[in-house]
Design a protein around this ligand. Structure first.
Ligand code: ACO
Length: 310
């Protein structure tokens, strides 16, 4: 038996912040600079004080509906986030409660921008080891909470959002492959102190993100006996357009297989891959039988890649 993704969902806050809004607020930047260096045109921001938990639940509800199951079937809820509503409790118990899932395992995981790829691997492992039958993964990040809006080098890069996936066991041809995961402790390069904002060495993060996502993808493909040509789509962490294009080029993934929605949502940390998957589905780009490469990289550093079937 394999674990497979049977439903996905997403939720974005209503408030849209355009590049022009930053200029209007007096930040020393331009729409032209932001678009050329990052590909980002707009992002969504949660209103200060609004709970991340509600956004996470909205994405979860959509995924459950997409899967066509009742919340009571869930054996486990994993929420990935670096911006929970409280230090404790985490978001997962709230999501499980909001959904009316009953008594179910519910735990948060901090995998920064790579959280979704890590959580998919853990969820698939629970199912394949027969410790759970149905697992909900929700990735929810409210980066506007940890962004310094006076710092032009980071203020424009991030957005808020939530994406979710339901995994079940079954006779899937591909399912969710074993991930290639990695880490290297580099808090000097990319970090947010407790109660503080994100700081990063942009150039170093850029090159590490490209190299590690490409390396992890190659490792998974080799393990699965696949080549890049076997991938129908490539959905990588939407940090910025240049990182995505450079990673695809390093791997030899043609542009038409690259999924990109960073222009509309910016970098939403762990939510970015499920948000991009949901957008690809809405655009009719996800077809049954497809093999999709996923790759992510974030603060830690932590990174990972896997292949999922559709
Ligand atoms: N508007 C205008 N000018 C800016 C802005 C801005 N928003 N931000 C920086 N600049 C200026 C800098 O001050 C610098 O000016 P100077 O030459 O007078 O010193 C100039 O632009 C060039 O800055 P660099 O940092 O060298 O620009 P670079 O081409 O490296 O682009 C960027 C910066 C976009 C941050 C790039 O390094 C990058 O994409 N890094 C990846 C970081 C990332 O995506 N992190 C996300 C978190 S981690 C993750 O999700 C993987």
């Amino acid at each position: 038996m394999k674990a497979g993704v049977v439903g996905i969902g997403r939720a974005l806050p209503d408030k849209v912040v355009t590049n022009a809004d930053f200029e209007a607020r007096g930040l020393e930047t331009t729409d032209d600079w932001i678009v050329r260096r990052t590909g980002i045109r707009e992002r969504h921001h949660l209103e200060p004080g609004d709970p991340a938990g509600a956004l996470a639940t909205e994405a979860a509800r959509e995924a459950i509906e997409d899967a066509g199951i009742e919340a009571s079937l869930l054996d486990h809820v994993i929420v990935t986030t670096i911006t929970p509503d409280f230090v404790t409790p985490g978001l997962a118990p709230r999501v499980a409660d909001d959904l009316g899932a009953g008594i179910t395992g519910a735990v948060d995981l901090n995998g920064a921008c790579a959280g979704f790829v890590y959580a998919l691997d853990y969820a698939a492992a629970l199912i394949e080891a027969e410790r759970a039958r149905t697992v909900l993964v929700v990735s929810c990040d409210i980066l506007s909470r940890i962004t310094d809006f006076e710092d032009r080098s980071t203020a424009v890069l991030f957005g808020d959002g939530a994406g979710a996936a339901v995994l079940m066991g079954g006779d899937f041809p591909v399912g969710v492959s074993k991930a290639s995961l990695g880490s290297e402790y580099r808090a000097d390069e990319l970090y947010a102190p407790l109660g503080g904002c994100l700081t990063m060495n942009g150039r170093s993060v850029y090159t590490n993100a490209v190299d590690r996502m490409a390396e992890a993808t190659r490792a998974v493909l080799e393990r699965e006996g696949l080549t890049v040509d076997d991938l129908d789509l490539f959905v990588a962490h939407q940090a910025n357009a240049r990182i995505l294009t450079a990673t695809a080029q390093q791997l030899g993934v043609p542009e038409e297989k690259l999924v990109m929605n960073v222009d509309r949502v910016a970098n939403t940390s762990s939510a970015s891959i499920p948000l991009a998957l949901r957008d690809a589905e809405t655009e009719g780009r996800l077809q049954p039988g497809m093999k999709i490469g996923l790759a992510a990289f974030g603060a830690g550093y932590v990174w990972g890649a896997n292949v999922i079937g559709w």
